[in-house]
Design a protein. Structure first.
Length: 188
């Protein structure tokens, strides 16, 4: 009987061990589920932070590309219009040469001086044209407020309304930029 009793005690202990193991497994499973859910939340949080940082990086790269593009465009414009200040300062010189050349030479000495001035004027105009200076066309053109400045109006029945009748002061473009608009008399 003691043997049976010993078997029952052993069996009872085995059941208790099984129950304890079962409780341990349940506790371990609960802990595993908690760890897994906290790991999932940490992963989601880290994924969100990673996406945010990636977005910041992409925006920063886009800003840098825009900066480079703007700097390049500014550099091109600077190069394109590098002579603008010099050419603008020389426009009165061109005007004065044109006025001087419009005077009629009466003596041979004055004629030779006028020839020399005309050569200087043509050389100056050629040098400025190589830098991109272009004279604005005016006579018999339609008035364009972008390149012409109307300072007078007149009446000529043979020309359409808005046509330029007379140029008071020449206007100039440097490449595609207006340096000085032409001062003109416009038909009513």
């Amino acid at each position: 009987m003691t043997e049976i009793k010993d078997e029952f005690v052993e069996a009872d202990m085995a059941v208790e061990d099984t129950e304890a193991v079962g409780e341990e497994n349940t506790i371990e499973e609960n802990e595993a589920v908690e760890v897994e859910s906290s790991a999932d939340s940490v992963i989601e949080e880290l994924t969100a932070k990673l996406q945010e940082e990636e977005n910041k990086r992409l925006r920063l790269l886009a800003d840098y590309d825009n900066f480079k593009r703007r700097a390049s465009l500014d550099q091109e414009a600077l190069q394109k219009y590098r002579a603008q200040n010099v050419v603008t300062n020389l426009l009165p010189v061109l005007d004065n040469f044109a006025r001087a050349l419009s005077v009629e030479a009466k003596t041979e000495e004055v004629q030779s001086i006028m020839t020399g001035m005309e050569m200087i004027y043509r050389t100056l105009v050629t040098a400025l044209e190589t830098e991109g200076l272009v004279e604005i066309e005016t006579l018999d053109q339609e008035f364009d407020p972008n390149v012409h400045q109307a300072i007078m109006t007149g009446s000529d029945d043979t020309k359409p309304s808005g046509a330029i009748l007379e140029e008071m002061q020449k206007g100039y473009l440097l490449k595609d930029r207006v340096l000085r608009p032409s001062m003109v008399k416009v038909n009513e």
